[in-house]
Design a protein around this ligand. Structure first.
Ligand code: SAM
Ligand code: SF4
Length: 338
């Protein structure tokens, strides 16, 4: 498949943004129910609609052929998908013979202890683990029933087997505002970078988003008083801006979709577990590839469809977090992943 690959091939959208990063939600299911992500009672997508391993791999292949060099597997919780390791192994084989340079994962960490070694062996060298508190009881509260000990064990195991871990910490008003310094100290002690993320209004949950929203420009200003941050050039291909401080050895990142829009530099698109390609996390439009995959179309046809989808990628999201404003995004975060 890669024999005739043109490594210079690159998909570019109408705003001249190079798309070289694909995020794949391998399942919408999850073993947790984080308050800002899902409702307590969720209806998940029918199993027959979920793309098979072969279908997912074929989509990845076509994206790689079009210049994608980084793939992030996400969900839902990617580690609850049975054949995930096999998919990673198959993708990893393409690393030296195609555009693909990195396969990474966003996980809640609950099953990480069990899978860390397999992930490393399959070719994953960096992962993001989501952790919004280091308090046992608060972790139960925000995830509705998670056990933080499993996440700590998972992180330790990942570090032990040589995977670089970064923490995703969603900043939530009246919940973890008092832990911003302590999560940085905790990360610094074990050598993992911390990235703060602003809440986004993805579909309605059981809690109002405007009650949860904590603007990260304020968070940054407060933390800067203590840490005297200086900006660094580090770029992991995602939207985070990274800072260092002479008081700590880790990097601290900020992802600010609401207070500091980064859409002008967007380089990514997202594939849902049922084959819907979302060109923007903050828009509802998609192109559905499931029927295309299941109707015997050629790879050239798929590539053409990908190109035309990327051509209509929106200039930016229009997220609004205000009282009495319903989220205009009609899917929960687990459909397209982070
Ligand atoms: N289950 C995995 C996890 O939690 O890491 C992967 C999927 S999860 C949807 C990906 C990331 O999105 C997590 O870091 C999570 O905290 C974040 N997230 C979920 N809902 C969000 C929201 N409404 N706003 C901002 N981040 C959100
Ligand atoms: Fe599951 Fe991740 Fe959503 Fe939490 S944020 S409910 S762990 S998909």
């Amino acid at each position: 498949l890669y024999k005739n690959i043109n490594k210079k091939m690159q998909i570019v959208d109408q705003f001249e943004r190079k798309i070289n990063y694909l995020r794949v939600s391998v399942t919408d299911r999850c073993d947790l129910r984080c308050l800002y992500c899902m409702k307590e009672k969720m209806t998940f997508l029918p199993r027959e609609d979920i793309l098979s391993l072969e279908e997912l791999e074929r989509m990845c292949d076509n994206f790689i052929n079009l210049g994608v060099n980084k793939i992030r597997l996400t969900g839902g919780e990617p580690l609850v998908r049975k054949d995930l390791i096999k998919l990673i192994r198959n993708l990893n084989l393409k690393k030296n013979i195609s555009n693909l340079k990195e396969i990474t994962l966003t996980t809640n960490g609950s099953l990480l202890k069990r899978f860390a070694k397999e992930l490393k062996d399959a070719g994953v060298n960096r992962i993001n683990v989501s952790l919004d508190t280091i308090s046992d009881s608060k972790y139960k509260e925000i995830t509705r029933f998670g056990n933080i000990e499993n996440v700590f064990l998972g992180i330790n195991e990942a570090i032990k087997v040589g995977i670089k871990v970064k923490i995703n910490f969603v900043a939530i008003k009246n919940f973890n505002e008092d832990e911003l310094v302590s999560i940085i100290s905790w990360g610094n002690n074990i050598g993992v970078d911390i990235t703060f993320i602003e809440i986004m209004p993805m579909e309605e949950t059981d809690n109002d988003r405007h009650m949860q929203f904590l603007p990260l420009n304020e968070v940054y200003n407060n933390l800067d008083k203590k840490f005297s941050f200086y900006k660094i050039d580090k770029n992991t291909g995602g939207p985070a801006k990274y800072f260092k401080s002479n008081k700590i050895s880790i990097n601290v990142g900020f992802i600010t979709p609401i207070t500091n829009n980064f859409c002008a530099n967007c380089n990514r698109v997202r594939l849902s577990s049922t084959g819907k390609l979302y060109m923007c996390l903050g828009q509802n439009d998609y192109v559905d590839f499931r029927n295309i995959l299941r109707n015997d179309h050629s790879d050239d046809y798929i590539k053409e469809k990908i190109r035309s989808a990327i051509n209509i990628k929106a200039k930016k999201h229009d997220f609004i977090i205000e009282k009495n404003v319903k989220p205009y995004i009609t899917r929960h975060m687990n459909v397209t992943g982070g």
